[in-house]
Design a protein around this ligand. Structure first.
Ligand code: GTP
Ligand code: MG
Length: 201
């Protein structure tokens, strides 16, 4: 897929405020600082489309970006930001869960996992919730430049092993590195393949 245009449309505090219409949406989620906004900039080919930061907790709203005037990339707030207050965390969880469970235009959710870490309970719980609620999703292992080939292979094996405890079939997964410019084509091709075949509308 060739990205000709990518524009910021709006930030929303709830699903209700999101853009109207029926254009397909592909949303990006994961723990704070996993690299959601960086990946969105990489995919769109626009360096500063989504705001990135080395300090976790940068994205606190639902951000819509329109691509080729035909579909949206959605940047969601990171979950599990440890330094946020309990009240703030609850607010973010409500935004995230409200959007995912209600947004019929969301064709697929990309769940980002930092490839360096062992499976974290917060990610596994979130993935379990997606399954229970029949949300279409895939996994993206981010920051692959931080590991060598063998380390990455080992970590993915540990991760898929963990997922197999709950899932008959391991969800589809991708690898990305914004630094090495890896994984862009694969994800865009995957999005392209969805066409108009939403499971939810
Ligand atoms: P929040 O909005 O706070 O939830 O974070 P986010 O998930 O949007 O992360 P963001 O894209 O802001 O990136 C967090 C940090 O990780 C930044 O310092 C990025 O430069 C860095 N980063 C993101 N992707 C990669 C990658 O593929 N490789 C490396 N080495 N660093 C990355
Ligand atoms: Mg962000």
């Amino acid at each position: 897929m060739i990205i000709k245009t990518a524009e910021f449309i709006k930030s929303s505090t709830s699903e209700k405020q999101c853009p109207t219409g029926t254009l397909p949406e592909f949303a990006f989620i994961g723990r704070s600082n996993v690299g959601k906004s960086s990946l969105i900039n990489f995919l769109s080919g626009k360096k500063n489309l989504a705001k990135t930061s080395s300090t976790p907790g940068k994205t606190r709203l639902i951000n819509h970006f329109i691509i080729n005037d035909a579909w949206y990339i959605v940047d969601l707030p990171g979950y599990g930001y440890s330094r946020a207050s309990k009240k703030e965390k609850e607010k973010i969880d409500k935004i995230i869960h409200g959007y995912i469970s209600k947004r019929k235009q969301m064709y697929c959710l990309f769940v980002l996992i930092d490839c360096r870490h062992n499976p974290q309970r917060i990610d596994l719980q979130f993935i379990y919730w997606l399954g229970k609620n029949q949300v279409p999703f895939v996994i993206v292992f981010t920051k692959t430049d931080k590991l060598n080939r063998q380390e990455l292979k080992n970590n993915v094996k540990i991760y898929t092993g963990e997922l197999k405890k709950e899932w008959e079939e391991v969800p589809e997964y991708f690898f990305t590195s914004v630094k090495n410019r890896a994984g862009r084509e694969e994800i865009l091709e995957y999005i392209d393949k969805w066409g108009d075949k939403s499971m939810r509308v």
